[in-house]
Design a protein around this ligand. Structure first.
Ligand SMILES: Nc1ncnc2c1ncn2[C@@H]1O[C@H](COP(=O)(O)OP(=O)(O)O)[C@@H](O)[C@H]1O
Ligand SMILES: Cc1cn([C@H]2C[C@H](O)[C@@H](COP(=O)(O)O)O2)c(=O)[nH]c1=O
Ligand SMILES: [Zn+2]
Length: 191
């Protein structure tokens, strides 16, 4: 089902909401985040977008999808910095949220309680299939959750796992196709 924004048009509501877009690598999280942000911009709402400074893969500032869509963002070290928003900001986008500290859910709650629409995108699982960073807590407190799927590179089924090709065991390993493959459950666990 396509995500519907019809319920999000009440501009005078005193409370906002949290939306989470999650899934594996290559599942379209960033594309979906950019799509929602662009629609908010078409509605002439002030938007601010953040990403963690640790994600410097493609560009220092921009958020760039695997299909080269891009949008400007502000890299921040710590989630609390996101609270220093402009007073006219109505919509906040956050990409690669799995890399943020555990304070991110509280930050999102505070923004939503101030009346902002908060849209968060991030990996729900790491390369071992374990919940990743603050994403599980965000899934619990979000009003709206969208899980998107890539295409399993082995069998073509919907993929919800990010299989790491490299042997490194540390949680943080930036990369794309040279280091990771989106895989379905069967292909992930039978590797
Ligand atoms: N195996 C795959 N399954 C789906 N999309 C893929 C795959 N490999 C490459 N892509 C590309 O990745 C794009 C999604 O990129 P992106 O939004 O950056 O994903 P994510 O943020 O979830 O990693 C797709 O539109 C497609 O062009
Ligand atoms: C699974 C997994 C991923 N990463 C890194 C690899 C990429 O740089 C990003 C995810 O980017 P995407 O926009 O979702 O494609 O995260 C990691 O560091 N550790 C992992 O376990
Ligand atoms: Zn598969």
């Amino acid at each position: 089902m396509l995500f519907s924004e019809d319920r999000l048009v009440r501009r005078d509501a005193s409370y906002g909401s949290i939306e989470v877009i999650c899934g594996s690598m290559f599942s379209g999280k960033t594309e979906e985040l950019i799509r929602r942000i662009r629609r908010a911009q078409f509605a002439r709402l002030d938007v601010e977008i953040f990403k963690p400074t640790v994600d410097t893969r493609y560009h220092h500032r921009d958020i760039i999808s695997h299909d080269s869509s891009h949008i400007s963002s502000t890299p921040v070290e710590h989630s609390s910095t996101i609270l220093r928003l402009g007073s006219t900001t109505r919509v906040v986008g956050i990409d690669e949220a799995q890399f943020f500290d555990d304070g991110l859910p509280d930050v999102c709650n505070e923004l939503a309680n101030r009346g902002l629409r908060v849209i968060v995108a991030g990996l729900d699982m790491d390369f071992k299939g374990r919940p990743f960073g603050p994403i599980p807590a965000l899934l619990a407190i979000a009003e709206h959750v969208t899980k998107v799927h890539a295409v399993c590179v082995r069998c073509g089924a919907p993929a919800n796992y990010s299989y790491r090709l490299a042997g490194d065991q540390q949680k943080l390993l930036l990369g794309e196709k040279e280091s990771y493959e989106p895989r379905c459950r069967a292909c992930f666990f039978s590797a």
